[in-house]
Every structure is written in C-alpha cells, then in structure tokens.
Design a protein around this ligand. Structure first.
Ligand code: NAP
Length: 527
C-alpha cells in the first residue's frame, strides 16, 4: 500500500503549500517515506468547516447506522492487515505482538461502543410526565436526554498508535455519540494515521454517511495544535499526551472567546505503597512484578509505577535486592522515537544528580543511543528527600522508578496526603494491612482515579466500570474517563425538552421504548 503524505479532509487528498516532515524508524534512524505535508490554518479551517456541515447528518442518522459505522470500521481496520502492522512497527518500534494486541483493543472498542449505543441507556433518558391538575400549579411534561456536542478535535498519544490514535478510543466514542471528528495525526506515526484514516472513510462510505464526519490533518508544529483548539467551530478537544502539551492547549481552550471543554489525559507517577504484611510475605515476588510493570512497553505508559514507598527494614531490603536483580537482567529496548529517548536521558540524568539519591540497579547491558534504546534504572532515596525535590515527583516517561524509604505509617500517610492528582495508586498488602491502613485508602480516594490492590497499574481494562483519569495534573477534568464506555460523556451534553409532542421528541425519550433501554420515568428506573 503506497502512502501519499497528504491531509485527508472529508476523504479528499489535500496538499499544503508549506513545509514537510517525515517519520523516522526509531530502531535505525532511517527516514521513512513519504514526506508528510505540514498543516496550518487553511487545512484546519477546511477540516472544521466540513466537520460542522457533516455534524447534522451524523447526529440525525439512526443509532443503527452509527453502530454499523463502528462495526464496519473494525472490519476495515482488520482489512488493512500487515500493511498497518508493518508501518506502525517501522514508525514506533513497538513489537509486532504488542501491535496485534493493541489492534485487538482498538477493534474491541469499536464493538463495545456499537453495543452501548444500540442498547441506549448510556444517554440517561429521563421522562417526567405532565400533571395538568397539580395544585397549586400544573406540572409540565419534561424530558431529558444526552445530545452530541458538535465537532471534536482529537490529539492521540505516541504510545498507543491504534488504541489511543487516529481511530482510538476518543475518535470512536465521539462518532458513537454522533460527533464529527478532526484528528491531528501524531507526527511520530503519520503513516499509521494515514492508513487508519482510510479505514474510517471506507466505513463512512459503506454505511452512507458523509465523508466530512472525519478528517486527518498532519503536522508537528505547536501552531497547528493551537489552530485546531482555537477554531470557532471546534466544540470539544480530547488530548492524550504530556502535561506540558496538555496544559498549553488547555489554557488556549479556556482563553477562547467561547471556552470549550478540553479533556486532557496526561502523565502521572502512579505511586505504589508497600504495606508491612505484604512485604513480610512476598517481597521478592512483588519486586519482580514491579520491574515487569516498570519495563512493560519500555516504560512508555502513563500508568507506569514511577514511585514506590515502603517502611525501612529487612523486608524492604529484600524487595530492593530482588527488584535490582530483575532490573539488571532487563535488556535495553528501543523507545517510540528519538525525542522521547532524549527526554528519558535528560530526565534520568536530572534524577541521578539529585543529592541523597542512589542508583539501586540498572540494566547490565548498555543502551544503544543509535537505536534510541533505554535502560531500566531503579533509584533509591529517603521519602523526605523525594518530597523535598519537586522534580522527583514528575513523570519521566520510560523504564525508571524510585523506591523511597519511610519510617512508618505516619510518614507514608503524610506523603499520600501531599500527592498531586494521579491516574492511579497501588497498595500491596494483606487484608489486615488494609484495615490497619484504612486512612491511606481514604486519602487516595481524594487523589487518584483508580486504586489497585495487589496488582499493578499498567494494562488498563476497557470496560464500563473503568475510570482512567484523575485530579489535575493527571487530567484536566477529574469527573471524566478517557477509557471505557463512560468516555462517551465527554462529547455530549444534556438537552431538556418541555411540552413537546411525542412525535417530535428524540426517539430515546418518546413514549415507546423500542431499544428497551433503561429509562427514568417519573422517578422509577424502568425498561
Ligand atoms: P506529547 O508530546 O504531549 O504529544 C501529544 C500530541 O500533542 C502530539 O500530537 C503533539 O504534537 C501535540 N502537542 C504536544 N505539545 C503541544 C503544544 N504545546 N502545542 C500544540 N500541540 C502539542 O505526548 P506523546 O509523547 O505523544 O505521549 C507521551 C505522553 O502521553 C506521556 O506523558 C504519557 O504519560 C502520556 N499519555 C497519557 C495517557 C493517559 O491516558 N493519561 C495515555 C498515553 C500516554 P507535536 O509532537 O507536534 O508537538
């Protein structure tokens, strides 16, 4: 399959008159063909205008048509076959097995949202019948249901080219909700984005929806991202990426003459608390699994467990020794791109130069800079030292982590209560530990989106009960999740209809309930 490197606006190939950029193979440094057009304001304007025009057709299409769109999209992604896997592998260095698994997740998301919208309860239909003879005043007929918000701009992350990329969770749940989408292609994997965009246009065509429901604009300038966020027709933004980028774009969304919701999912240090019972029973086993989690995907996960806290003593020493053994054995591996590898080098140099901190272990084999490789590094320090150096509590994207020793429960709780917002926190303990440290759970409930007991935060289950988000700076809005079916609520808003004739109401809140969804009728949940 030959790539063209052009923007795909409403299915048409669009060239820019300015600069070009190319993807690199991070394993070899080789420049990958073709050169991609660098988008700017004209392309953004064109993409948002067609997205706005197509929005009416998409939101008024039947639920069945939108559900079919997602299912056909899943088939079209699969039909890209090895061309998609090979290009993504060349652009990201992610192993084939990982890419196959991630493609399965992307397809699973399409089917999950198709089922969700067919069933219909997600839209929270609510009906309060009129009571014309109520005293002292009649009660009107009032009904409410979720409606799509309008054109959505999506920024995917470098580390999930399929599941959080051009056809990832944000795009899929926006289309499911009835929103047209403009994707800013990730500059590290533009060819992958181009192939996936082709699958979306093929699916739109097959179900008879306008091609303007989706556009892909390429580029790697901050100006392009800014133009997408500030365009007057953009109604919401989904961003997955770094705190620096997310915060810059969030500020732009808030400073618009008409501010819009900006859903930024950003990095986190995902603290792990080792409680005494667990440490005494299975320190070595926890340590091995911890290093497995730190090094999974070369540490390039927003849920990477980057800080571990345990009380001083022989059991913690056993934990550190086992973690050191596992880290030493881990072979350095290629990161997503040279820029991320350089950021990892700079970040680990900055950690290493911190007073009062030592390296407990490092991969024995040397990392090759030419192949953008990263080594695993496990650091040690005292918890008060970690707390007194702000930079130790910020994400360094890659396979490193810090083990911090505390004197006991009081210091651990004090640390937890001073944490910034996090995507996750993990507790390793026995049930007795959990009773003894109930205060820790109460504190973490105010700090994180997901609390894991005796597991690890990497590997996010895509399911209705998942919450992937957290208080700032983990995310820009702690109420919303970016993973799982709840993520659809980012792209809708409630609309209330008062006194409407039944035939003119949205189907979900008419008297009949053809999809059998759960509705709140006069205060009772019913099908
Ligand atoms: P990134 O460098 O922030 O890039 C994400 C996207 O935003 C890219 O398209 C990037 O384009 C754009 N961008 C970044 N800064 C910008 C700015 N100031 N103005 C305009 N556009 C900007 O992140 P990444 O390297 O792709 O992904 C790694 C990060 O994502 C890590 O921090 C990781 O923790 C986080 N992440 C979070 C989640 C989550 O669900 N919370 C999931 C996966 C990854 P340019 O490169 O052209 O600037």
């Amino acid at each position: 399959m030959t790539l063209h490197g052009k923007h795909l606006i409403s299915g048409k190939l669009v060239e820019s008159s300015g600069a070009f950029f190319s993807a690199q193979n991070p394993s070899t440094g080789e420049t990958l063909q073709p050169a991609f057009h660098e988008g700017g304001e004209p392309e953004v304007d064109a993409a948002l205008k067609v997205a706005d025009s197509a929005f009416d057709a998409l939101r008024s299409a039947s639920v069945e048509t939108r559900a079919r769109l997602l299912e056909v999209l899943a088939d079209k992604i699969m039909a890209l076959g090895d061309d998609l896997l090979n290009r993504a592998h060349a652009e990201t260095a992610l192993p084939m097995a990982r890419l196959q698994g991630e493609r399965g997740r992307a397809i699973g998301q399409c089917k999950l949202f198709a089922n969700l919208i067919r069933e219909g309860s997600w839209a929270l239909p609510c009906i309060d019948h009129a009571i014309p003879d109520r005293q002292p005043l009649p009660k009107p007929d009032v009904r409410r249901v979720m409606q799509p918000i309008g054109p959505v701009v999506v920024f995917g992350a470098s580390n999930f080219p399929f599941a959080i990329g051009a056809v990832g969770t944000d795009t899929v749940c926006a289309l499911a909700a009835g929103c047209s989408v403009v994707v800013k292609g990730h500059p590290a994997h533009p060819g992958t984005c181009e192939l996936l965009a082709g699958a979306v246009f093929a699916a739109l065509d097959e179900v008879g929806l306008p091609s303007g429901c989706f556009s892909l604009v390429h580029g790697h300038s901050n100006e392009l991202g800014a133009a997408l966020v500030t365009h007057p027709l953009t109604q919401a933004v989904a961003f997955t990426g770094s705190l620096k980028g997310g915060r810059a774009l969030f500020d732009l969304a808030c400073r618009r003459p008409v501010p819009i919701p900006f859903y930024g999912e950003m990095g986190s240090v995902n603290p792990v608390f080792l409680l005494p019972g667990a440490l005494s029973q299975r320190a070595s086993q926890i340590a091995e699994n911890y290093v497995g989690s730190v090094t999974m995907g070369v540490g390039q996960f927003c849920t990477n467990p980057a800080v571990v806290i345990g009380a001083k003593g022989a059991n913690l020493e056993t934990f550190v020794q086992s973690a050191a053994d596992a880290a030493a054995k881990w072979a350095p591996s290629t990161m997503l791109h040279a820029g991320i590898c350089k950021a990892y080098d700079d970040g680990t140099k900055s950690i290493s130069s911190t007073p009062g901190l030592s390296v407990a272990a490092k991969s024995l084999a040397e990392a090759s800079p030419a192949a953008s490789q990263a080594a695993c590094i496990i650091y040690r320090t005292e918890l008060d030292n970690l707390q007194s150096h702000d930079h130790l509590q910020h994400e360094v994207f890659g396979p490193c982590s810090i083990v911090a020793t505390c004197s006991g429960k009081e210091e651990m709780l004090n640390f937890a209560s001073q944490l910034q917002g996090q995507l996750t926190a993990t507790i390793h303990g026995t049930e007795e530990d959990l009773k003894e440290y109930a205060d820790l759970v109460r504190i973490l409930e105010r700090k994180v989106g997901r609390i894991i007991f005796n597991g690890f935060p990497t590997g996010i289950e895509v399911c209705p009960s998942m919450h992937h988000g957290g208080p700032y700076p983990a995310a820009t809005h702690s109420f919303f999740t970016s993973i799982g079916t709840g993520s659809i609520y980012r792209f809708v808003r409630p609309v209330c209809y008062q006194g409407f004739p039944d035939s003119e109401l949205p189907e979900a809140i008419r008297e009949t309930n053809p999809s059998g969804s759960i509705r709140n009728i006069d205060g009772q949940l019913t099908r």
